[in-house]
Design a protein around this ligand. Structure first.
Ligand code: GDP
Length: 171
C-alpha cells in the first residue's frame, strides 16, 4: 500500500483547515473542531485507480508561530498544495511567498483556488488561476470546501502526481 504526505500552504483564512476537514470527515464545519486545530497531521485511506493508499495531510494555519514544526513538515512533505481563496486577491498575490518556502522542485505541486462557491464575491478569475499554474509549472483546480466541489479530486490528483513522480524516479 502506498503512503503519501501532503502539505497544504497558503495564507491564513483561505480554507486549508476546512479543506482537510471536508476531505477527512466528508463534511463542512463552519467552526472547525478543536481537535482539527490542535492536530496538524490527518490521515485518510482511499482508493485511487483501484489501488489503496493512505494520504497524510499536514497543515498549520499559524505556520510562523511554529517555525521548527514547519521545517519538519516541509521536509516530510512529498506533495505540496498551494492554496489561495478566489474571493481574496491578496492570498493570490502571496503565492510566490508560499512557493519560495517549499524550496527546490517538489515531487508534486498543485495550485488550488478555494471558495469557488463564493462567485458573488470572486476577486480572482479561473483564467488567472490557470495562468498562474502554468507559470508555476503545476496542475490547477478550483475547489469549495463548503460544497465539497473538487475536494476529493484534489487529493486523488495529488496521489496520481506522486505515483507518477515515483514511477519516473524508479524508471
Ligand atoms: P485556514 O486559515 O486556511 O485554515 O482557513 P479555515 O479553514 O480556518 O477557513 C477560514 C474561513 O473560511 C472559515 O470561516 C471557513 O468556514 C471558511 N471557508 C473555508 N473554505 C470555504 C469554502 O470553500 N467556501 C466558503 N464559502 N467558505 C469557506
Amino acid at each position: 500500500m502506498d503512503q503519501w504526505t501532503v502539505a497544504m500552504l497558503g495564507d491564513s483564512g483561505v480554507g486549508k483547515t476546512t479543506l482537510v476537514t471536508q476531505f477527512i470527515l466528508n463534511s463542512f464545519l463552519d467552526t472547525v473542531p478543536e481537535v482539527m486545530m490542535l492536530q496538524d497531521d490527518h490521515r485518510k485511506q482511499l482508493i485511487v485507480d483501484n489501488r489503496m493508499c493512505v494520504v497524510s495531510v499536514v497543515h498549520n494555519a499559524d505556520l510562523d508561530e511554529c517555525a521548527a514544526r514547519r521545517q519538519e513538515w516541509l521536509r516530510e512533505g512529498q506533495g505540496f498544495v498551494l492554496v489561495y481563496s478566489v474571493s481574496d486577491r491578496a492570498s493570490f498575490d502571496r503565492l510566490s511567498h508560499w512557493r519560495e518556502i517549499i524550496k527546490g522542485d517538489p515531487a508534486a505541486l498543485l495550485l488550488v483556488g478555494n471558495k469557488c462557491d463564493k462567485n458573488y464575491a470572486r476577486e480572482v478569475t479561473k483564467a488567472e488561476g490557470e495562468a498562474r499554474a502554468t507559470e508555476l509549472g503545476c496542475s490547477f483546480l478550483e475547489t469549495s470546501a463548503k460544497t465539497a466541489q473538487n475536494v476529493e479530486r484534489l487529493f486523488t490528483t495529488m496521489v496520481r502526481l506522486l505515483r507518477d513522480a515515483e514511477a519516473g524516479r524508479v524508471a
